[in-house]
Ligand binder design. Structure first.
Ligand SMILES: C[S@@+](CC[C@H](N)C(=O)[O-])C[C@H]1O[C@@H](n2cnc3c(N)ncnc32)[C@H](O)[C@@H]1O
Length: 342
């Protein structure tokens, strides 16, 4: 692994602008083979109010990849200054550049981490191809003013493959929105599949029912049911046992939905829970929800509520402690809880 570090001293009045400017360079790095990750660290100097210090830290698979980026067009664009209004006089002297070649065996702990935005993008592009009808759904939803909170093609493909491997044919989705994830579930079921998808908002439910109509051609029957999931689940009991339950709705409801799933799945059936990290909030696990204090500095970073943390904590407790489940949280970015009923 190769680490490239730059150290800058910046006049305090320009620091915020510099930080914003430097962080936007990420989008150039994201397209570069061999790029792993980038961090920008900022320090207030104890002896000066006028100057702040920044360290930019970039990890690469090896030095060759770093040099390719440095000599390539993206680096030229990122460094040209055309992309920002950062004034040159903000710098206090030239940046100090240092490169380090690190032997992997010196850096790795139990878990290696080669994930990078570049890898995420290329693997998604080649392995998670949407059908043309699927591609239209998020666009259509956005045009109608729905929030862009659907899963992505990566989670979709992952779920499709899990359903296929467990030979699922009948299941429940909790949280439909416009039906995008429902169509990935349909791909996982194939001919003879049946999905009950539960959505609180009747307008969203009606829209989703339209959006998923094309899955008839895959041999899948989808029924979108409007109303509170807790009510609909009571009525659905008689249709079970089910092969899977995909949970992607209100986080406070996750424990009750998980318990319902445990009761109504067949042996070998799957529970899938999206947003298992609740936007970073689960970094506090296993702290008790009532003991949580919100540090001011992190309010914007962790935009979750105590109820959501409580709900997801209880869901994690069920997933990892229930004697009826074998579970794992997959590090998808948002975190995807997955459990197999014994
Ligand atoms: C994250 S979105 C679902 C996204 C969808 N699974 C996808 O990936 O395309 C969550 C949805 O759950 C719905 N929802 C929230 N609380 C609910 C409840 N108690 N019962 C049923 N649906 C609920 C919301 O209206 C919203 O449309």
């Amino acid at each position: 692994m190769f680490i490239a570090m730059n150290r800058f001293k910046i006049k305090t009045e320009f620091s915020d602008m510099f930080e914003t400017h430097w962080k936007t360079r990420n989008r150039f790095l994201d397209q570069s083979p061999g790029y792993i990750r980038f961090r920008l660290l900022r320090a207030k100097l104890p002896n000066s109010l006028e100057v702040e210090e920044f360290v930019s830290y970039t990890e690469w698979v090896d030095e060759e990849c770093f040099l390719e980026w440095m000599n390539g067009p993206n680096s030229k664009r990122a460094h040209s200054g055309q992309e920002s209004k950062f004034p040159h006089e903000g710098y206090m002297g030239p940046p100090e550049f240092k490169g380090y070649n690190i032997k992997l065996e010196e850096t790795l702990g139990h878990r290696t981490d080669f994930r990078s935005p570049y890898l995420d993008q290329i693997s998604e592009k080649y392995f998670c191809k949407e059908l043309p009808e699927q591609q239209q759904i998020p666009k259509k939803c956005q045009e109608l003013g729905l929030p862009p909170i659907n899963i992505g093609p990566f989670e979709g493909r992952l779920i499709e493959l899990w359903l296929k491997s467990a030979k699922c044919k009948k299941g429940v989705e909790i949280g439909t929105l416009g039906g995008y994830s429902t169509t990935w579930l349909a791909r996982g079921l194939g001919q003879g599949g049946v999905i009950y998808s539960l959505e609180l908002d009747p307008k969203r439910a009606a829209l989703a029912q339209e959006n998923v109509a094309f899955t008839k051609a895959l041999g899948v029957e989808i029924q979108v049911i409007a109303g509170k999931a807790s009510d609909s689940l009571l009525n659905l009991k008689s249709q079970g046992p089910f092969d899977f339950v995909f949970i992607d709705a209100d986080k406070a409801g996750y424990p009750a939905y998980t318990e319902w799933a445990i009761d109504n799945l067949r042996s070998g059936g799957l529970i899938l829970c999206d947003n298992a990290y609740i936007w970073g909030g689960m970094n506090y696990y296993p702290k008790a929800p009532e003991s949580l204090k919100y540090p001011k500095s992190q309010e914007s970073l962790f935009s979750y509520s105590k109820n959501e943390y409580k709900g997801m904590s209880e869901c994690w407790n069920l997933l990892c402690q229930s004697p009826l489940l074998d579970s794992l949280i997959l590090p998808t970015g948002e975190g995807l809880g997955i459990a197999i009923k014994r």
